[in-house]
Structure formats: structure tokens, C-alpha cells
Design a protein around this ligand. Structure first.
Ligand SMILES: C[S@@+](CC[C@H](N)C(=O)[O-])C[C@H]1O[C@@H](n2cnc3c(N)ncnc32)[C@H](O)[C@@H]1O
Length: 335
């Protein structure tokens, strides 16, 4: 790339735009993380069909550009600009969607910072395109450029049976831990025989919806909340696969939640995109305090080294440890 770096743009966004050059329309965008890609496209007179996994990222996209699924964002397009996801399953799922739904002449430009790229990503793309090559590096980022889509039947979302809970778990490639049982989630669920007699519950940060489905099976009215489409869609599918009803809501935390609930369960996030960052969890605990009824409970599992105990006591109330293993702690906080 010859041009001087544009300091206003994240290096990946800048690279995607520079590799795209004169862009063939229609354009599909997957995961514009900060809205800068869409803003720059608009400044240059383009429009695009855009899908973002995270609702927070989607808010920065002009309303008429938004599409509800990755398939709808790439249907019929001749260029795809794509911020590569971390999970290989997600790379596979969206590459397959592009290969199946985009124009056969599509050119796909997918970028990320060097430190997050791996050879396995090229291999995943090569399953769905006849030609895949890497761009030169730019500001520690690189693009993978593919053409020649190879259509194949969709293999996502995928279902796995969790025998321990007699539960079918459905997940997209980007869903937390796909359809496997996280060890922390397993420890939390192993305490469910001691749950209070709650009639309403929220699974906060529901991922594939394992906890939500287990609560619904106990007769509670359950909402499953997550910022990610790949989680919410999966949680709805998991509920259906197990014959239970769960109200799924894609939203950022619980701010403005319209009614009080008896119980919140959570295996809270410990990442903001790639970076380990637990600071937003403190805000989530405060929001939980605002939605719990008097005497309502928050059940939480987290990595034992994290400083959550004082946060829980301050935001919710008296907190006891219900279970622990070498890595995780399960707590019960009463409001
Ligand atoms: C550690 S995972 C737990 C997933 C699932 N409950 C499980 O146990 O397998 C945390 C989840 O929180 C979601 N998340 C992150 N920030 C959130 C927020 N502000 N509001 C709602 N969900 C959030 C992530 O997308 C992720 O699915």
C-alpha cells in the first residue's frame, strides 16, 4: 500500500478499503466494528448491506444498510468487506455463506491484525473459494483476498448432544464455545438443584442458551440476553430443540429492562473482542441489582482469580460461595 496511513481509521478498516480499490457494487459488509468502514463508504458515495454480530457495532451502521443475518448482507453482492472473526468456526460459517449467496464473480476481502491471523483461517477460506491470497502487511494488519466461490450446503448452525444434561445445544461458529459445555457453565449448572423457587429468570450473556434452557425446563419464565446475534439465534434454536420456551433478546446488558425478575444467572463476559477485559462486568452487576426483586438472587460463575466477590457484594448484596473447583467459583448473591 503506497498511501500514507489514515490515522482516523483502524488499520484493518484502512487496509480493507485500500485493497478494495474501485469497489464493484453491490457491496456486503460483515462486522464493521466501529462504524468507520460504513462512514467511509458513505463518504465515497457507496451504499452497502451490512451485518454485525454485536448489537453495539450495529448501532453505528446507517439503519437502511442493516441486514438481520450474514446471509442477507452478502446475497447477490460482488464485493464483500469483512472483519475476520476470531473463531475458526465463524470464519468457516461466513465464508460458506458468501460462497453460497454472493454473486459468482464476488471478490472477498477479509482483514484482521496480524496477531489474530492464523494459517488455519486461510485453510478455512480455501474450502469455500478457489483462489485465496494474502495482501502485504500494513500497520500490523493483513487482508486475505478470495474469489471463485465454491457453493456447498450450509453446515452451520451445528447441534451437539450434552448427555450430562440431556440437552441438545445449537450454535453458530461465533457463539461462545460453540456447542460445547464450558467448565464454568458446567459448575454453575451443577448447583441448580439448590435454586430458589423463582418464577422469572434471566440468563445474562446467554451464548448458546444452555443455562436458559435448563431454567426453562424447571418451569421458570426465562429471558436469554446477549449482545451477539450468533448467541441469540443459537439460544432460540437451543430452546426449540429442547421443546422449551425462552424469550431471547439481543441487547447490551440489562439497562432499561422493563420488569423486575426473581433470578439472574450468568457466566459473564471476560473479553471485549479479542482483549481480555472484565471491567464491563462490573457495570453488568450494577444493572442486575436494578432488575432483581427484593430477595431476588444473582447466581454467577467466574474465574477464581477475578475480583468479583466485592463487586457482587456492593452491587447486589450478601454473597456466598456455592461451589468451587481449581479454576472457577460459583456465587449466590441475595438482593
Ligand atoms: C462467557 S460467555 C457465556 C455464554 C453462556 N452463558 C455459557 O455459559 O456458555 C459470555 C457471553 O456474554 C455475552 N456478552 C458480552 N457482553 C455482553 C453484554 N454487554 N450484554 C449481554 N451479553 C454480553 C457474550 O456475547 C457471550 O456470549
Amino acid at each position: 500500500m503506497d498511501d500514507a496511513p489514515d490515522a482516523r481509521l483502524d488499520p484493518v478498516t484502512e487496509l480493507l478499503l485500500s485493497e478494495a480499490g474501485e469497489i464493484a457494487e453491490p457491496i456486503g459488509v460483515l462486522d464493521d466494528v466501529d462504524g468507520a468502514l460504513c462512514r467511509t463508504l458513505a463518504d465515497r458515495g457507496y451504499t452497502a448491506r451490512v451485518w454485525c454480530d454485536e448489537v453495539r457495532a450495529e448501532r453505528a451502521v446507517p439503519q437502511p444498510w442493516r441486514r438481520p443475518t450474514p446471509q442477507q448482507a452478502v446475497a447477490g453482492v460482488r464485493t464483500v468487506l469483512w472483519r475476520l472473526p476470531r473463531a475458526l468456526g465463524a470464519v468457516d460459517e461466513y465464508a460458506q455463506a458468501i460462497a453460497e449467496h454472493a454473486d459468482p464473480a464476488v471478490r472477498m476481502i477479509a482483514g484482521e491484525r496480524d496477531k489474530h491471523l492464523s494459517r488455519s483461517m486461510n485453510e478455512a477460506l480455501a474450502r469455500h473459494f478457489t483462489s485465496v491470497h494474502a495482501s502485504l502487511g500494513h500497520r500490523k494488519a493483513r487482508a486475505l483476498i478470495a474469489s471463485g466461490p465454491i457453493a456447498s450446503p450450509a453446515s452451520w448452525p451445528r447441534t451437539a448432544r450434552l448427555e450430562a444434561f440431556e440437552l441438545d445445544v445449537v450454535a453458530h461458529g461465533a457463539t461462545f464455545n460453540t456447542n460445547r459445555l464450558d467448565r464454568g457453565t458446567a459448575l454453575l449448572a451443577s448447583c441448580f438443584d439448590r435454586l430458589p423457587a423463582a418464577s422469572t429468570a434471566i440468563d445474562l450473556g446467554c451464548g448458546s442458551g444452555i443455562l436458559a434452557a435448563l431454567l426453562a425446563r424447571r418451569g421458570m419464565r426465562v429471558s436469554a440476553v446477549d449482545v451477539a446475534w450468533s448467541a441469540c439465534d443459537a439460544a432460540g434454536l437451543t430452546a426449540s430443540a429442547n421443546g422449551v420456551e425462552v424469550d431471547v433478546q439481543r441487547r447490551d446488558g440489562l439497562a432499561g429492562w422493563p420488569q423486575q425478575v426473581d433470578l439472574v444467572v450468568t457466566n459473564p463476559p471476560f473479553h471485549v473482542r479479542a482483549a481480555k477485559d472484565t471491567s464491563p462486568t462490573r457495570g453488568l452487576f450494577t444493572q442486575v441489582g436494578d432488575v432483581l426483586t427484593d430477595g431476588g438472587e444473582l447466581w454467577c460463575v467466574y474465574n477464581a482469580h477475578l475480583p468479583y466477590l466485592p463487586w457482587l457484594r456492593r452491587a447486589i448484596g450478601p454473597t456466598e460461595i456455592l461451589a468451587r473447583d481449581r479454576a472457577y467459583v460459583v456465587t449466590r448473591s441475595v438482593h
